[in-house]
Design a protein around this ligand. Sequence first.
Ligand code: FES
Length: 102
Amino acid sequence: MPRWVRVASTGDCPPGNLLAVEGDDQRIVLANVEGDFYALVDQCSHQEFPLSDGELTGDRLECIYHGAEFDLCTGRAMRLPAIRPVKTFPVEVRDGDVFIEI
Ligand code: FES
């Protein structure tokens, strides 16, 4: 049964940044794009390195290990070598706190 879990305050992840968080024993990467938050599983679908080590490039997250890119909204792999998507999670901001539906 999905439920909402608080994973950070908005100040923990300023615009243009990524933040590794945990929710229900899952590693998740938060991304802040100009105040809009996105959440993806913190594991690249190429060789399972942490996506939280990567960089934001517009509305994509780039894995620094081999250069794959993922769409922040859908988790879709947008650039090789990744071909499989990564899981995304619904995100809500409530009173300065970031919640993820897990
Ligand atoms: S582990 Fe991410 S591109 Fe290879």
